[in-house]
Design a protein around this ligand. Structure first.
Ligand SMILES: NC(=O)C1=CN([C@@H]2O[C@H](COP(=O)(O)OP(=O)(O)OC[C@H]3O[C@@H](n4cnc5c(N)ncnc54)[C@H](O)[C@@H]3O)[C@@H](O)[C@H]2O)C=CC1
Ligand SMILES: O=C(O)C1=N[C@H](C(=O)O)C[C@H](O)C1
Length: 266
């Protein structure tokens, strides 16, 4: 199998550390550079807690791309940096796999047009866990049969974006199969602002942030005398890595932007 040369942005993060291990154990992945604003000019092995890999570290993606020839950028940073990096990757015609969340619908539409125009393979994956992808797909199927749905996403308290990228993607999939609908009593009043969550076309989204959690989501469908709950839990970040691997392999063969792993794993 052809070796895929990867630049990893965010190697010290919770996801980044798992991704470094994925690079190490995958024979056809080669980690050729890392982007970490705190450690410019060092090697990965010089950073505390990192494996003994003599991979050069750059403070910015631009600086990295001046020196490193890579096939794919894997971005696992934060919403602000992820947005900057996807634009930089497109500018340099570098394929990218973006696990970082926080993209709006408008941003994804704009990025899709740019990736298509430049024919640069790009994957934005709000959730790499196969179980989460199935949860979203099952929710899309259920939405054809149940008109009323609420989403509860639960994450660790260090998460920057709310709602989660997974919740936004779930909304997106459900909206593709149902008409906008006002849910709940027409005269309902929020005694506390936000009590009914965020609303998109009548779908209510509730975000919970608590220490001890990792990444969890429930999609609740209500009908006459019945309720269907579809739930997924990630108990560790290793749960995301098989999806990261598939995304890196897939992005090598595409010339457009794919938003969501449900479009890859059939
Ligand atoms: N798609 C998926 O399946 C998953 C996505 N995520 C998303 O991935 C992102 C990272 O999540 P975590 O690892 O939990 O966050 P984290 O906060 O543990 O790690 C983020 C890392 O990015 C680094 N960073 C920040 N600015 C940077 C810059 N300018 N250049 C290079 N590195 C920079 C930070 O130093 C930190 O080490 C978040 O957006 C999160 O929502 C998280 C889990 C799964
Ligand atoms: O920040 C996280 O942790 C996660 N982010 C992604 C999201 O916003 O959906 C994926 C997963 O839920 C973990």
């Amino acid at each position: 199998m052809q070796t895929i040369r990867v630049i990893l942005a965010g190697p010290r993060g919770r996801m980044g550390r798992e991704a470094v291990l994925l690079m190490e154990r995958t024979p056809h992945f080669e980690l050729v550079g890392a982007v970490d604003y705190k450690h410019h000019g060092t090697k990965l092995c010089d950073i505390e807690g990192m494996p003994a890999l003599a991979v050069p570290v750059y403070g910015t993606l631009e600086a990295c791309l001046q020196e490193i020839n890579a096939d794919v950028l894997l971005d696992l940073t934060n919403p602000e940096t992820g947005k900057l990096h996807i634009h930089t990757a497109l500018k340099y015609n570098l394929r990218s796999v973006i696990g970082t969340t926080g993209f709006t619908e408008e941003e994804i539409t704009h990025l899709t047009a740019t990736a298509e125009e430049k024919k640069v393979g790009t994957i934005i994956a709000p959730n790499f866990a196969v179980g989460a992808v199935l949860m979203m797909k099952f929710a899309q199927v259920a939405a054809k049969y149940f008109g009323d749905v609420e989403i509860i996403e639960l994450h660790h308290d260090q998460k920057l974006d709310a709602p989660s990228g997974t919740a936004l993607k779930t909304v997106d999939l459900i909206r593709s199969v149902r008409e906008p609908k006002r849910q709940g009593h027409p005269n309902e009043v929020e005694q506390l602002p936000g009590a009914r969550g965020a609303k998109v076309d009548g779908i209510h989204v509730h975000s919970v942030r608590l220490p001890g959690l990792i990444a969890h989501q429930e999609v609740l469908f209500g009908g006459d005398g019945q309720m269907l709950t579809i739930r997924h839990d990630s108990f560790n970040r290793a749960s995301f890595m098989s999806g990261v691997k598939v995304a890196i392999e897939t992005v090598m063969g595409i010339e457009t932007l794919i938003y969501g792993l449900e479009n890859i794993i059939d």
